[in-house]
Ligand binder design. Structure first.
Ligand SMILES: Cc1ncc(COP(=O)(O)O)c(C=O)c1O
Length: 380
């Protein structure tokens, strides 16, 4: 693992902007924006777009997305959102009456609403797991998994505070009791190592516009090998066997293309967004997820110490995502703190009573110094 030097030159971030808010939205690298603009411009002259190009971008991108999570490319589908991916997962993971779905307290709403609706329709229960006593959130989740658990839906780090879940242990416990495991890795994929072979989830959902630095409305769904022959959300033409022969599309078929492709969203061959997403993902893979993780861990370790000094506690590193800081604000903090910081060109977010600080490889020491100096002013 190596520490990566500052990469700000690859982004369009003005000198007076301290962008510490990747958990809300990662900036597109310049190369991704250019690839997207070139892709969009192709539609000016659609006669130049050959039929085969409906397939080439997804063909190139699928193995790259697989590489991010240690998967095989046949396990990857293109989705526009986490809610779409989770709806696909829910449709293919029946629950029995009396079973329970385990969620974490304060989990991202796209998860909560999906699993509430799914459990409600099946007569199953939703149980919300909280950290209690001295136990961390991960241990609380492990303790809660039992014989009645039908499904566990959780992230690698919680979006509000960065609390980390030991997914290898959770995966094993789910297999022991026969529960399905559905992961939302939106807040960690691209910034934290993860391997489907170690965790063995049933489905994984990822939105690409945060830590993968991709465009909005492009993400992916991974399905385990035994989950690849299920029912897609939509009845689409391009996911069918033989769809590349446009002259024979009216020879309707119930057969799908092999693998997880059946779950691809309609109009997946997005000529503008796919090239941008590919450029972003290639950049992340070029840096290397382990190197990104180590570099952000290093940056955040010293920032965490500075925040602690100022009476803003963050979770111990062993219990949080190394790329993710959620600093507990004092009761006296101004309600408009993030707006005041924004007025100075410093971008962070607030979730509950925590200030969420998520820098990336474009963050410089002087951005952090400016943020801490502004905090000192606004919190006294
Ligand atoms: C953990 C998590 N999942 C998913 C999303 C986005 O969900 P969707 O793609 O359904 O809009 C976010 C956005 O903040 C998130 O933090």
């Amino acid at each position: 693992m190596t520490l990566i030097p500052n990469q700000r030159h690859l982004f369009d971030i003005p000198d007076d902007v301290a962008y510490l808010n990747v958990a809300t939205m990662g900036p597109l690298p310049l190369a991704a924006a250019e690839a997207g603009q070139r892709g969009l411009a192709r539609k000016l002259r659609p006669w130049n777009i050959p039929d085969t190009d409906f397939f080439t971008d997804t063909k190139r991108l699928r193995p790259l997305l697989a590489e991010l999570i240690g998967a095989d490319e046949a396990g990857i589908a293109f989705v526009p959102s986490v809610s779409y991916a989770l709806a696909t997962a829910a449709q293919n993971l029946p629950l029995a009456k009396g079973q329970s779905v385990l969620l974490l307290e304060d989990q991202f709403p796209s998860n909560v609403y999906t699993w509430r609706a799914h459990a409600g329709a099946a007569g199953a229960r939703v149980i919300t797991v909280k950290a209690h006593g001295n136990a961390d959130l991960s241990s609380a989740l492990l303790d809660a998994i039992g014989p009645d658990t039908g499904l566990v839906a959780c992230p690698q780090v919680r979006w509000t505070d960065g609390a980390r879940i030991d997914l290898v242990a959770v995966g094993k416990r789910c297999r022991d009791v026969g529960a399905a495991l559905v992961l939302d890795l939106t807040q960690s994929c691209g910034a934290m190592r993860f391997d489907v072979r170690e965790v063995q989830p049933d489905f994984v959902a990822v939105a690409g516009y945060k830590w993968l630095l991709g465009p909005y409305a492009m993400g992916f769904l991974y399905a385990a090998p035994h989950r690849r022959s299920g029912r897609p959300l939509e009845q689409n033409w391009i996911t069918r066997k033989g769809a590349d022969d446009f002259s024979r599309l009216i020879d309707y078929t119930d057969e799908f293309a092999p693998g997880t492709e059946r779950y691809d969203m309609g109009e997946r061959s997005n000529f503008a967004l796919l090239p941008a997403f590919e450029a972003s993902v290639r950049q992340v893979l070029d840096w290397g997820v382990a190197n990104i993780e180590a570099t952000l861990a290093h940056r955040n370790r010293s920032l965490a110490a500075e925040l602690e000094k100022r009476g803003l506690p963050v979770m111990p590193e062993a219990e949080r995502g190394p790329h993710y800081l959620g600093a507990l604000l004092p009761d006296t903090a101004p309600a408009d703190l993030t707006a005041r910081l924004k007025a100075e060109g410093i971008y962070v977010s607030k979730r509950g009573n925590r200030l969420r600080i998520t820098p990336h490889l474009f963050t410089r020491d002087k951005d952090i110094a400016r943020f801490l100096e502004a905090l000192d002013r606004h919190l006294t």
